[in-house]
Design a protein around this ligand. Structure first.
Ligand SMILES: [Zn+2]
Length: 94
């Protein structure tokens, strides 16, 4: 794991990780959030981070970075999906 943190902006608890693929060395930024009082609210977003931008990763900047990276993928119970490519911005609606 290259980075692991919690984004507590606006009292949310987003789990942020940056991890490197063992096969191709690509660094993947991942954000996961789930609102306990809302069923089917779990969702993750992930996107490959170019080498020169790995240093920018912090828990607080994760969403902004994900919104700027392509391709990016989303999935989870909120979308009722195992994963799909998206151009939508990170959706934090419970
Ligand atoms: Zn890979």
């Amino acid at each position: 794991m290259l980075f692991e943190g919690i984004d507590k902006t606006n009292s949310r608890y987003g789990e942020v990780t940056l991890s490197r693929c063992q096969h191709c060395s690509t660094a993947w930024l991942r954000f996961f959030i789930e609102y306990e009082s809302f069923s089917h609210s779990g969702r993750w977003y992930r996107a490959p981070v170019p080498c020169e931008r790995e240093i920018e990763v912090t828990a607080e900047r994760a969403i902004e970075m994900l919104n700027s990276l392509e391709p990016r993928f989303a999935g989870g119970s909120y979308f009722n999906s195992e994963g799909f490519e998206t151009r939508a911005r990170v959706d934090l609606q419970p």
